[in-house]
Design a protein around this ligand. Structure first.
Ligand code: CUA
Length: 191
């Protein structure tokens, strides 16, 4: 303890109760940390939770030059079993395409790649919510039960135009998609 000069003095028995309450706080904080670590271990082991990105890498600087995220592949393709894969590029300051069309009641896999900085996306009213980190492919799997239209804003500050970066998700009856594999072409509802 630092020396106190002058006439100021510690109260005669003041540090005993302080020590006791400090010890209680230390125990409390350690208990909170143990609880949080236990929750992380439990959710990752028992529920298989893991970050949605950082599993699959991609060269973000050459998305437009071909490969999975080239322009012709962006949008929705339907597998013979009716499930959908939607490919989207997130870039300053738009999602491409900016209107996604998906079948209701069928499994939907959304794959996103960033062409520049970190973006995020959330589909309102659902638990679809992830970040899109350049260099990685973000994959989210979900099923939209009800037909309708939902907003999909970028929720990661990505620059001066961030607040204008959002897309629509149009959920339509599965029967309105062609099921015939040779007519398959990535579709979207962008105007
Ligand atoms: Cu993209 Cu904010």
């Amino acid at each position: 303890m630092a020396e106190i000069s002058g006439t100021a003095k510690l109260p005669p028995s003041g540090d005993k109760p302080a020590e006791a309450s400090e010890r209680l706080w230390v125990i409390f904080v350690v208990a909170v940390i143990v609880l949080l670590v236990a929750m992380v271990v439990y959710t990752s082991v028992h529920w298989g939770f893991h970050p949605p990105s950082q599993l699959e890498t991609i060269d973000s600087t050459s998305l437009h030059k071909g490969g999975e995220f080239s322009e012709a592949n962006l949008g929705t393709v339907i597998a013979p079993d009716g499930s959908a894969v939607v490919r989207v590029v997130a870039q300053q300051y738009a999602f491409v395409p900016n209107c996604l069309v998906v079948p209701a009641g069928k499994p939907v896999t959304i794959r996103l790649a960033s062409a520049d900085v970190v973006h995020g996306f959330i589909v309102e009213g659902t638990n679809v919510n992830a970040m899109v980190v350049p260099g990685y492919v973000t994959t989210v799997r979900t099923t939209f039960q009800e037909p309708g239209e939902r907003l999909m804003p970028c929720h990661e500050f990505c620059g001066i135009g961030h607040q204008a970066m959002w897309a629509h998700v149009r959920i339509v009856e599965a029967s309105s998609f062609p099921t015939d594999a040779d007519k398959q072409k990535a579709v979207n509802c962008a105007p």
